[in-house]
Design a protein. Structure first.
Length: 257
């Protein structure tokens, strides 16, 4: 039987009188790469924010590993094995790659970054940061200031810092936004290989690029105006003109293979 990791159960999220998510339900099981798609304003970021504990749903529930995690908050959830990255990456330009990965890991765990720690603790953390950096192909960049990284590398540093907590599931909000088309495949391949090497069991990604979805997703969840309108494998998604018309606008011929 497939193991269910995360369940969105009739999740509703409002901003004042505006309903951004309306009774959204779906499951994420072990081994899946789930793409969340939909037009601008459909509620994709709101969904990621609600599933990762940043927002409390107004109705419904979020179940992780069989237990409600509603109200736990992102740090507690990250420590429990559910982590996320952000659409817009904030890196401190003067920090090195190694420092940024470490700071991100501490922030997600709700800790503060302390330079002075017992040597043993520091060594363990440093080894962990270096192992994660290596999985992302960043071992040779540890002392590089973040300011001189490409946009793609900044995204990888952000995702790497989330993976230092060794989550079972990671939610990625537009991991390839702002990256040139030529680099998108490299970024996706690097992050999927690193996730596998570091023990991530499932990924959820908000993604607009249909070719990437066709290549890498195992399932597509479609939102429109806050409602779930599709939940199917990529093959079925790209061959359903009504779904494509509702969620994407036109059939991307390259995605059909
Ligand atoms: N803090 C907020 N207050 C009020 N309305 C908001 C807030 N955040 C988002 N919204 C609205 O909720 C709806 C869903 O927004 P959300 O950012 O989740 O959509 P999205 O699918 O991620 O869009 P995009 O593809 O443009 O990033 C939009 O209409 C947006 O304007």
């Amino acid at each position: 039987m497939t193991e269910m990791l995360l369940r969105a159960f009739e999740v509703t999220k409002r901003y004042g009188a505006f309903t951004a998510l309306s009774g959204v339900s779906f499951d994420i099981t072990k081994g899946e790469v789930v793409a969340v798609v939909g037009p601008n304003g459909a509620g994709k970021t709101t969904l990621v924010n609600t599933l990762s504990g940043l927002f409390l749903p107004d109705e419904g529930d979020v179940i992780f590993e069989g237990r409600s995690v509603k109200g736990l908050g992102p740090s507690a959830l990250a420590l429990r094995g559910l982590a996320r990255s952000f659409q817009l990456v904030t890196v401190y330009p003067s920090f090195t790659v190694e420092e940024m990965i470490a700071v991100g890991a501490f922030a997600r765990a709700g800790e503060t970054f302390r330079l002075l720690k017992p040597a043993g603790v520091y060594r363990r953390e440093r080894d962990e940061v270096r192992e994660v950096a290596a999985a992302f192909g960043l071992a040779h960049r540890l002392t590089t200031p973040c300011a001189s990284l490409s946009q793609g590398e900044k995204k990888l540093v952000d995702i790497a810092s989330a993976l230092t907590l060794r989550p079972r599931l990671i939610l990625l909000d537009e991991p390839t936004s702002g990256i040139s088309s030529a680099d998108k495949d490299r970024i996706m391949e690097t992050l999927l290989a690193a996730a596998e090497r570091l023990g991530v069991e499932s990924l959820v990604l908000v993604e607009h690029d249909m070719e990437l979805i066709a290549r890498y997703a195992t399932r597509v969840v479609g939102l429109k105006a806050g409602s779930l309108v599709a939940d199917m494998p990529p093959d079925a998604f790209f061959r359903d003109p009504e779904v494509i018309d509702t969620l994407v606008g036109k059939v991307p011929h390259n995605a059909l293979g």
